[in-house]
Design a protein around this ligand. Structure first.
Ligand code: 5GP
Ligand code: MN
Length: 340
């Protein structure tokens, strides 16, 4: 499958060539693909002599802080004035790994004010909103990082010798495929990964930095969740976990500590739908995962103002933790034809 045609490659090449100041944006609560794809593209554009800044709405977990270029990522929540000024001055704006300016929160409103910069979308979520001039958007790819790889390969494949660039893109592909356990059946993904490895990056080292870097508190919290907080509803093949702020505090919770918890119940035979509820100040953040063809992005969009992919989505509720969970459980009978 050709993700980026020669024509589109040329169009993007000339947009890049004619811009000096470039911004790369990614979504709220950035994950490995958001940061990996953004920093990978950032390295590429810097190699082309551009003035580039990556801006994200808020902080992200520490297990991503070792990535080359991390120290220069601007968090809007921390430095709103600087982020605003850079966006105002930008001539070209890349939007990576999200499909709607709303996914940027307040930062999205600032982006909307710059009506002169050209906008490019690189994303793999369904239903992209039309907020960009050029779109590279398909759900038939493992990750945004893989799309960035295909773009660079199209424009200047010699750049793929750069280890920093390849390390960032590899992190994006690896994390968004659950270490190649899903969304990675297309041989093109493995060809892309083989090409990234040729730069000399050490994939075992990268795995270690991401997955063997947790605190003891997180492991104990995981044990507590599985032992005491995981509720199974066998008739709907569903399981959920809810965590209060008090419980997280008891385990010295740090951002990223609940990463992956939502996947745990899916390894139980017969469970096809899993949800994780995290109590926040004034709202509840929810993650959904499914196995098979139950579209959790549609479920989340219909009931929790969210979205995402068919098997991995997120949303929010203004209700308390307890009320959000009650609401969730009350919806299950309506989905009985899917959840069997
Ligand atoms: P996670 O559960 O890991 O936070 O997110 C899973 C997927 O759902 C990711 O693709 C993420 O971008 C998307 N997602 C998470 N939260 C939201 C949300 O509040 N709104 C939308 N539209 N997508 C979300
Ligand atoms: Mn992604």
């Amino acid at each position: 499958m050709e993700y980026i045609s020669e024509h589109k490659g040329n169009e993007l090449k000339s947009l890049i060539e004619s811009a000096e100041r470039i911004i790369i944006l990614s979504h709220k609560n950035p994950d490995g693909d958001a940061i990996g794809s953004s920093l990978g593209l950032c390295h590429f554009l810097e190699m082309k002599g551009k003035h580039v800044k990556v801006i994200v709405p808020n902080e992200y977990p520490e297990f991503l802080h070792w990535l080359p270029g991390n120290d220069f990522v601007i968090k809007y929540k921390k430095e709103p004035q600087l982020a605003g000024k850079l966006i105002e001055e930008a001539e070209l704006i890349f939007s990576l790994d999200f499909n709607d300016l709303k996914r940027l929160g307040k930062l999205g409103e600032i982006v909307e004010k710059n009506q002169t910069a050209s906008r490019i979308l690189i994303d793999h979520h369904p239903y992209p909103k039309p907020f960009c001039d050029v779109e590279i958007s398909t759900v038939h790819v493992s990750s945004t990082a893989e799309l960035v790889y295909h773009l660079i390969q199209r424009i200047d494949d010699k750049a793929l010798k750069n280890k920093d660039l390849c390390e960032c893109l590899y992190v994006g592909v690896m994390t968004d495929t659950g270490c190649f356990s899903f969304n990675s059946s297309n041989p093109a993904t493995f060809r892309a990964v083989a090409h990234l490895l040729q730069s000399g990056i050490d994939k075992d080292y990268i795995y270690d930095r991401i997955f063997n870097n947790y605190s003891a508190g997180r492991m104990k919290l995981m044990g507590y969740c599985l032992n005491h907080k995981m509720h199974i509803i066998p008739e709907y093949h569903t399981a959920y976990i809810g965590l209060s702020q008090k419980e997280m505090k008891e385990y010295d919770f740090k951002m990223g500590d609940s990463e992956g918890f939502v996947n745990l119940p899916l390894s139980i035979e017969g469970i096809i739908f899993s949800a994780l509820f995290i109590e926040k100040a004034g709202h509840t953040k929810i993650s959904f995962r499914s196995r098979g063809n139950f579209p959790v992005n549609d479920f989340s969009a219909s009931h929790f103002g969210g979205g995402g992919h068919m098997n991995a989505a997120g949303g929010e509720s203004k209700e308390s933790l307890t009320e959000s969970i009650k609401h969730f459980v009350s919806l299950l009978p309506d989905y009985s034809k899917w959840l069997k």
